[in-house]
Design a binder for this molecule. Sequence first.
Ligand SMILES: Cc1cc2nc3c(=O)[nH]c(=O)nc-3n(C[C@H](O)[C@H](O)[C@H](O)COP(=O)(O)OP(=O)(O)OC[C@H]3O[C@@H](n4cnc5c(N)ncnc54)[C@H](O)[C@@H]3O)c2cc1C
Ligand code: FES
Length: 270
Amino acid sequence: MQRNFDNPTIVKIEKVIEETPTVRTLVFSNKVLSDVLPGQFAMVWIPGINELPMSVMVSNEKGKAAFTVRKHGIASTGLYSLKVGEQIGVRGPYGNSFTLKQGKLLLVGGGTGLVPLIRLLTFLKKSDDVILLIGSKSKNEVFFEKIANQILEQNKHMVIVVTEDGSYGKAGLVTQTMEDLLSKTKFDAVYTCGPEKMMHKVVQLASSQNIQVEASIERMMKCGMGICGSCCFGEVLACRDGTIFDGKYLFSNKEFGYTHRNKAGILENY
Ligand SMILES: Cc1cc2nc3c(=O)[nH]c(=O)nc-3n(C[C@H](O)[C@H](O)[C@H](O)COP(=O)(O)OP(=O)(O)OC[C@H]3O[C@@H](n4cnc5c(N)ncnc54)[C@H](O)[C@@H]3O)c2cc1C
Ligand code: FES
């Protein structure tokens, strides 16, 4: 696969899409990132601020790619606040990608963890029968419902939104809805990306029924390409060996769902 150099390639923001009051999608032209595999990420340099790992979002325009960013700390707020015409640096793509399975597929995402799952939707076969669960705290934080339905237009599919406060869609935790679905339907594969506690439960539920499951892991990333060690996840490096791991491996990794390293490299509990 083609790759931007490991020095940032400068791209200009061409469009900004408001997804929610705290989430925006920034669209830019870059052939390499427009073609990445589902689950791959880029390192994004926000000039004068920092560099952050970001999953690569799809764009419906040829040759274009996008990042969907939630404003949080200084760097993500800097990225979120960029306007059309302003520049960022991108390098990558890095990381592995989801394994494409066929049949009855269940995707479970929360927050910006939906980004790699939306890209995965664009790689599925028209014959796949797909259920996407979108988990959110409340109605004003729900995004990507429309684009998911558009991408899956020709598939047998359901996009189910689950809000914790019940303000939209089904009420409760997305993993409760997953449990209900598993009691009625036999899935061929499960994919998940989002908060690690959520993914831990998703992997447990899928594995308890012997369903193949893959999760995309987030860890602190500085180099993004296996040099600095800041993304260590047990014995492996999330940026180089992941970010996608299967359920069998995840259960052998004692950090999964419990601990991660902070910016100083110190283990912290979730
Ligand atoms: C592979 C990968 C893909 C990601 N994709 C997206 C995405 O599509 N959209 C999105 O909004 N966010 C994404 N993130 C999270 C994003 O990189 C930042 O962690 C987040 O935006 C907060 O950064 P901050 O510096 O503003 O926050 P801060 O307040 O400085 O930090 C808050 C927390 O963010 C995390 N964080 C900060 N810097 C990094 C870093 N360099 N690497 C990893 N985690 C960090 C840490 O858990 C930290 O405690 C992704 C992370 C990874 C590892
Ligand atoms: S981020 Fe440097 S080794 Fe993974």
